[in-house]
Structures are given as C-alpha cells and as structure tokens.
Ligand binder design. Structure first.
Ligand SMILES: [Fe+2]
Ligand SMILES: [Fe+2]
Length: 258
C-alpha cells in the first residue's frame, strides 16, 4: 500500500512544495480510498438501526452535507484569490476532498432510504450552520484570504473534525468507516490552515486581532450548531459529549487561542 512520502528533513520551502502538491495528495488518499465504494469497504454489513436511530442519523448526515458543501464552495472560491500557485494547488486538492465528502454522505443518505436527499437536507438544516455557511461565503466573496482561510480551514474544519470524531466512536460500522476516511482528509485541511496562518501571524502580528474578532463571531455559531444537533438527536444533557469544549480545545491546539 502506498504511503505519503516522508517530508521531514527537507528544506522548509521544498517541504511546502511537497505537502501542497497533487502528488502528495494522491499518495495520501490512495491508501484508504483504493477499493472502497462511496467511502467504505463494499462488503461491510449494515447494522440494524431502530427507526429512531435511523431518523437521528439522517438529521446528522443532512447537516454534515451542509458543512461539506460550504467547504466545497469555500475552497473552490478561494482558488481565485489564493496568494500563489502552491496554495491554489492545495485548495484544488481540498475542493476534490470536500466534493468526495459531500458525495459519500449523500450516498449514505440514499443507503438509509432517503429518496430525495436535497429536500431532506433543506428540511432538516440547522439554522446556525446555515448562518455559518453564509458568513464563510461572504468572507470568500470579499477575497479576504486570512479571514476566509481562518473561517474555513481552522473554524469549520475544527467543528467537523470534533463532530466526526465523536460520532465515529459510536456510529454503525458503515457510517464509522465513511467518517474515518473523511477525518483523515480534514486533518490535512487543518494542517494547511495552521501552517499558512501561523507564518502570516509571525510576519504580521496585528492580523491576530482581526482573526480573534472573526473567531468570537463564528465560535458562537459553532457552539449553537452543536447544541441544535444534540437537540435534534434527543441527547439528554447528562449524556451529551462535551463537543463545545473539545472544539474550543482543538482551535487552541492549532495556536489560535484568543
Ligand atoms: Fe470535508
Ligand atoms: Fe475539509
């Protein structure tokens, strides 16, 4: 099985050239996508779900589709104003990843018996997540590189990473495998945001104040999104995993504590 080439020890510039390339991307995804069918091994058996469990899973997947579509539109829109070729190439690989995520989640909804996923997504959409998507796309439309990269590759990716990891631990086997593949991609996207913004903040520390402001606004929408989805799942407060705290810790680990 192919493994990504080992980038350590290369000059910093050569390292970035490599990890932002399609070459690196292809080697990374080949290992876990080759032989899979819509994100999971084709022979993996379906676990029986009660009607209540199925309904809760459909709501959750519908909301994941909104997040993935926002990331697809965000990443592809940012290619137009990315500062250089290397960032453009990385965003092209990210757009491919996000389109795949949207596709496999959509397909999972069909597997679960949803006849018209698009109208189901509209019906079950979390209001705070839709507000997040609109805000992200406004930053992208404004061609504001730091703000759009922060909203997408730090905030949105951290939200998805936290939610998918918590969900994968208790999901049915097929959903778990689909989510585990997505999580591997989201790690790369977070790494890109952390690396690019880390260098920008070191060169221009005043950028931090602007990002802190965006963070304050978007953190509230992320925390509301978690609450809304746990409400939809009927999770009692005492049993709710502390997704909000895990999310805030993930953003801070990336060096964006405010
Ligand atoms: Fe994604
Ligand atoms: Fe992503």
């Amino acid at each position: 099985m192919a493994q990504p080439s080992e980038p350590h020890g290369l000059e910093a510039d050569a390292f970035l050239e490599e990890v932002h390339s399609f070459e690196f991307w292809f080697q990374a995804v080949e290992g876990y996508l080759s032989g899979s069918h819509y994100g999971h091994r084709p022979a993996l058996p379906e676990a029986p779900l009660s009607e209540r469990e199925r309904d809760a899973l459909v709501t959750t997947l519908c909301n994941y589709c909104i997040g993935e579509r926002a990331a697809l539109e965000g990443a592809s829109g940012m290619i137009r104003f990315a500062p250089n070729r290397r960032q453009q190439v990385f965003l092209a690989t990210q757009a491919v990843d996000e389109a795949r995520h949207l596709e496999v989640l959509h397909h999972r909804l069909i597997d679960l018996g949803v006849g018209d996923p698009e109208s189901e997504i509209r019906l079950r959409a979390s209001r705070s997540l839709q507000a997040f998507r609109r805000r992200l796309l406004t930053l992208v439309d404004g061609k504001d590189w730091e703000a759009a990269l922060f909203a997408q590759n730090v905030i949105l990716e951290c939200m998805e990473f936290t939610a998918f990891q918590a969900h994968a631990r208790r999901a049915d086997p097929v959903t778990r495998e689909v989510l585990e593949g997505i999580i591997k991609d989201e790690r790369r996207h977070m790494g890109f945001g952390e690396n690019d913004l880390g260098r920008r903040l070191a060169a221009a520390p005043h950028v931090r104040a602007r990002l802190s402001e965006i963070r304050r606004e978007l953190d509230a929408l992320v925390l509301d999104t978690f609450e809304e989805s746990l409400d939809a799942l009927g999770t009692p407060r005492s049993e709710r995993p502390d997704l909000g705290r895990a999310y805030l810790a993930a953003v801070e680990r990336l060096g964006f504590a405010t």
